[in-house]
Design a protein around this ligand. Sequence first.
Ligand code: SAH
Length: 195
Amino acid sequence: MPINPWIAKAVVLAGAVVMIAIRAPHGRRSRSAKVATNRKTSLEIGLLAFAWVGFFIPLVWVATPVFGFAEYPLRIGPLVAGVMCLAIGLWLFYRSHADLGTNWSVTLEIREQHQLVTNGIYRRIRHPMYSAMLLYAIGQALAIPNWVAAPSNLIAFAILIALRLRHEERMMVDQFGGEYAAYAARTKRLVPGIW
Ligand code: SAH
């Protein structure tokens, strides 16, 4: 039985509000921790812009009828699975921000007094915040009954992560040397025990 798409709209809006609320205090705090090394290349700037577009398209779908041509019926199974992915993704997003603290940046940079974090959720995987963003995007892909808005975040985050990971890990090795290499040797990147 098809479900009213407004339920998915409420879910997507609530998820985005929670995500912004988790990040906001870190964004404010990170501005006070001085940057020592910046690797914000033009690729990074392009990827960030792309990620913002991917993040906003579902919100445009919530607020306007512009993607009405791409709508399909919403089913209970994908909606429930989507809500679960969104909830787990947001929990992981919260945990990884809490563990990373002032070492967090929206882009590739090292702060003055940057500390390598290997505890908390970082004990299990090296990029829990990216895993969180992927889970969140998979949640949207499942819950949104629209061919444009459903995959937009997933495509943008997947490209951001795929093209950024190598540069981020190289930056961390340049900064922390053997300590990061040893950390990388005992952890997986995004999925515990798998990759
Ligand atoms: N890739 C991590 C962090 C994303 S935020 C994750 O997905 O959880 C990106 C910034 O985090 C990078 O610019 C880098 O400065 C910092 N960073 C990444 N891994 C870190 C770690 N293990 N300890 C401390 N800082 C880290």
